[in-house]
Write a protein that binds this ligand. Structure first.
Ligand code: WTA
Length: 649
């Protein structure tokens, strides 16, 4: 396969104003990896400390003594960086510009207003009995209260666990019980693309499923919809928030005290609670936000992710606010009321930096250039993408049609586990190759390895590992340190294994090729195939199920499920619909299988292991590449599956 690509130089006008040059990047990068102690001692000061750190890095990736600590003797509260210290010079600067689902519905919160709102929110949480170290589950739509809730937790030292509003009651309950969260913050209803999302009703069901774990629920009024409020357990924010003070002293936290838990899917088992701590995470969030996005004082920064994902944590809330930037928060969807919405929001709020996911770009590209052309977009200076590999066609469309060739594109590769961007073409420092993650951020040491763990040199393709720690690294899996060790440090001992495949080209650019484990990436959302399988087999008609990803034009990957029914049950359209409904109930709409195929049997080795490689190939429509099937217990199954392949192109 040829990897010829068009190289785009940095647009000249952009380069002239960029914060970094190719030379400054090289210099800073060299220092960051040759003298990490000195480099991070300096850059660790970019955030506000109550008691400055004297220690910088205390890390061991040895599996018998695995620990990750940064700035470990420092004391801080992250909200002082995000709020208090901004008041003097940026009190009247917009901190959050909120754009609602309906276009007329927009408002702005200045840093001073946000500071007061967060203090009030913090006092409400305290009154409800939330204290330092308590876990608080946040299940909110994209409204400013979501950011306030996160910051209020941080202010009083509670650990937030934000659960994406699209997750089902079952999934929410699982996340509540895993971290033993006694407090839930939700809203009456969410609003997306003109449709209501019954958040409070879902939260009520989750509370029931969590068997008395939840003691208090704080409810934000969003739509005014009629919801059940349980006496003694449920409280309206606007009621309990009316009487509290708008001052709340920040809780002093150790740099390594937990800041948040965020659940993410892996190749096995239940989603795991990725834990980030206060000091290193905030340094990483603010540092990457400044350099990756070439941040200037008057920028209006819009990250279109949901706060339920790590991208929203780092680049809607913590990074921008720690940098005193203006952050746009959007409640709606890119295609409502029509496909111009993103660009209209950019015009309305004079967005200068726009950051979104390839799946959104592909969906909008399908609508043609008219919806884009009728907007101005002159305010935009820089574009970004995240979440999945971007195909060159979508990259070119984004670059030429949306950015009119003026704006560099930063394709940011990172993970929930990494806290912030790791591999990126820093704007102004490098030619751009559509689809290439390009170069490591400061302090990041990537390598490619083969299956045996040999480090590959020069032009090569292999598994992507990181060989040294960076401040934003996750610290553990909440409540299961061994799982942290096993998941990330056992495949290539002494190194962090990303789970991604990657190619390095002759010019040294890194190209992420996608997951090499049983994680699929659907519209930029991580999904463990094991989770979808376990949802399917919990249906009474299902005997066995195997789930794989397959290429999907818009979503990047779609979910392909092979299902063996129990004896006497036939697979028909009715059952398929019911299975989809069941998965939505168990996990949420994002996990709905796109294609379900009846499998009379699944290809297994003689020892009973499902041969996923074969299932993947069939789902990908690449029957010629099935490889060796002679070790199968029942080779005929493969022909039957090929025969029944759904939606064949
Ligand atoms: C994928 C999202 C290619 C990758 C921030 C990674 C990407 C997973 C990119 C993490 C990118 C993320 N190019 N692939 N720019 N960004 N990925 O935890 O497979 O939701 O491992 O974090 O998304 O997904 P997560």
């Amino acid at each position: 396969m040829s990897h010829e690509v068009t190289k785009h130089p940095v647009p000249e006008a952009f380069a002239a104003q960029a914060n970094l040059t190719p030379e400054t990047y090289k210099e800073m990068y060299a220092r960051s990896v040759n003298d990490p102690e000195g480099f991070w001692a300096e850059h660790g000061k970019r955030i506000q400390w109550m008691k400055p750190f004297t220690q910088v890095k205390d890390v061991s990736w040895d599996k018998d003594n695995l620990h990750v600590k940064w700035f470990a003797d420092g004391t801080l509260n992250v909200t002082e960086s995000c709020l208090d210290r901004q008041l003097e010079t940026r009190g009247d600067k917009p901190a959050i510009i909120w754009e609602g689902d309906e276009a007329e519905d927009a408002h702005t919160l200045t840093y001073r207003q946000l500071y007061k709102a967060v203090c009030r929110f913090s006092n409400v949480l305290k009154d409800l009995g939330v204290g330092k170290g308590d876990r608080v589950t946040i299940y909110l739509p994209m409204i400013p209260e979501a950011a306030m809730a996160m910051l209020a937790c941080a202010r009083i030292g509670a650990i937030h666990s934000v659960v994406f509003g699209g997750f089902s009651p079952e999934a929410l309950a699982g996340r509540i019980t895993d971290c033993e969260s006694k407090f839930v913050i939700t809203a009456d209803e969410g609003l997306r693309g003109g449709r209501k999302v019954p958040l409070k009703t879902n939260a009520d069901k989750a509370c029931q499923l969590a068997n008395g774990m939840v003691e208090k629920m704080l409810v934000v009024q969003r739509t005014g919809g009629d919801v059940h409020m349980e006496e003694g357990r449920d409280f309206w924010l606007h009621e309990v928030g009316a009487e509290v003070s708008d001052e709340c002293a920040p809780e002093p936290m150790n740099a390594e005290d937990p800041l948040f838990i965020l659940y993410t899917s892996g190749s096995t088992g239940k989603p795991k609670g990725v834990l980030h701590t206060c000091g290193g995470y905030l340094v990483w969030a603010s540092m990457t936000h400044e350099y990756v996005f070439d941040l200037k004082e008057n920028d209006v920064f819009w990250c279109s992710a949901d706060v339920g994902w790590v991208t929203g944590h780092t680049y809607i809330v913590y990074g921008p606010l720690a940098n005193g930037a203006t952050s746009v928060m959007f409640e709606g969807v890119p295609t409502y009321p029509d496909a111009s919405r993103f660009w209209e929001v950019c015009d309305r709020h004079q967005v200068t930096i726009f950051y979104t996911a390839p799946t959104a770009i592909r969906a909008l590209m399908r609508e043609g250039s008219d919806p884009v052309d009728k907007t101005s977009r002159k305010s935009i200076r820089l574009l970004g993408t995240v979440g999945e590999p971007i195909n060159p066609e979508a990259w070119e469309w984004y670059f030429h049609i949306v950015g009119e060739g003026r704006c560099p594109i930063v394709d940011t590769w990172w993970q929930t586990e990494t806290g912030g961007t790791m591999i990126v073409p820093l704007p102004g420092t490098t030619d751009m190759k559509p689809g290439a993650g390009s170069h490591p951020f400061f302090g990041v040491k990537p390598e490619l390895v083969d299956a045996e763990g040999n480090i590959l040199q020069g032009e090569a393709e292999g598994n992507l590992i990181i060989t040294d720690s960076w401040p934003g690294q996750m610290r553990t899996v909440y409540g299961d340190h061994q799982r942290f060790v096993d998941t990330y440090f056992s495949a290539y001992p002494g190194n962090y294994f990303t789970g991604d495949g990657c190619r390095r080209d002759a010019d040294g650019f890194y190209w992420i090729t996608g997951r090499v484990d049983d994680v699929i990436n659907v519209s930029g959302h991580r999904m463990g195939t094991a989770e979808v399988e376990s949802a399917l087999v919990s249906h009474h008609a299902v005997a066995e199920a195997a789930v794989v990803g397959y290429p999907h034009d818009i979503k990047g990957q779609g979910i392909y499920a092979y299902v063996t029914t129990v004896a006497g049950v036939e697979m028909d359209d009715e059952l398929k619909k019911d299975l989809i409904k069941h998965v939505r109930y168990e996990i949420g709409p994002i996990a709905s299988p796109d294609l379900i195929q009846f499998a009379p049997g699944l290809p297994k080795t003689r020892s009973g292991k499902i041969m996923r490689r074969i299932l993947r190939k069939i789902a990908e429509d690449s029957f010629d590449a099935l490889g060796d099937t002679s070790t199968l217990a029942d080779p005929e199954v493969v022909d039957q599956l090929i025969e029944g392949r759904q939606n064949r192109s």
